[in-house]
Write a protein that binds this ligand. Structure first.
Ligand code: PRP
Length: 223
């Protein structure tokens, strides 16, 4: 049995064409079912639905053989484990799906440039503390990190933080909350993550899926 860990929403929707290239069709719609294990048209392939941030954990401990998650999630998980390889994770492919970016955002009435120039200590709220710490350290800005697990946009609005580090896609969430993007930290896309031990034990079926995904990756922007 091959178990693939996915999260509902954008990643699930955008991985479908890649699964189709591997001849895999998920037999249930996660938006309509409460089931967490979904069968596919291939009796030896199943999908487990997990939180995006749990995908590397499931793959690391063998709860899934492979999974799909954003580079943001992988960086945070790797920071915790001293690298993806040390967590037993193999990252063969950038799937170039579910693309967005990680950015710094502040209230529109907060003068971020001025605060940085003055060498002010910034209070930064984020789910992505490793990415945020690294970014501000490289920039030479002192920060107090506040770890949040969601609704980060609220932090600057309630006075919890001066800035947030969050995913931005259309920018609509920021706009709706009167926040502005002041720095673009990195571009994000989803990657395939594979359990290294499973790759040895189930080499042929996993390689077949990896190769099929590779053949169906959307072209790079502008290319
Ligand atoms: C992400 C992110 C923002 C939003 C940005 O949240 O945290 O809130 O998407 O998208 P936009 O720029 O298109 O408005 P997501 O919906 O992935 O859920 P989360 O809060 O669980 O991270």
């Amino acid at each position: 049995m091959i178990t693939l860990a996915l999260s509902k929403g954008r990643i699930f929707d955008e991985i479908m064409p890649l699964l189709a290239a591997a001849g895999i069709e998920v037999l249930e719609d996660p938006e309509k079912s409460r089931k967490l294990i979904l069968a596919t048209n291939q009796p030896d392939v199943r999908v487990v639905l997990v939180r995006a941030s749990d995908v590397p954990t499931y793959v690391q401990y063998g709860g899934a053989d492979m999974g799909v998650c954003g580079k943001d999630t992988l960086i945070e998980h790797s920071a915790e484990w001293g690298g993806a390889a040390r967590a037993g994770l193999f990252l063969p492919l950038d799937l170039r799906i579910a693309r967005c970016r990680v950015s710094v955002a502040v209230r529109s009435d907060f003068d971020y440039e001025h605060a940085v120039r003055q060498g002010a200590r910034l209070r930064v709220a984020s789910k992505y503390t490793a990415i945020a710490r690294d970014f501000f350290a490289t920039k030479g800005v002192h920060v107090d990190m506040i770890k949040l697990y969601g609704s980060m946009e609220l932090a600057p609005l309630t006075g919890l933080a001066d800035a947030i580090v969050d995913l931005v896609s259309t920018g609509n969430t920021l706009k709706a909350n009167h926040l502005v993007e002041v720095e673009r930290i990195m571009d994000i896309s989803s990657h395939l993550v594979v359990n290294q031990a499973a790759l040895k034990l189930k080499q042929a079926p996993l390689r077949r899926i990896i190769d099929a995904f590779a053949s169906a990756i959307p072209p790079a922007e502008g290319g």
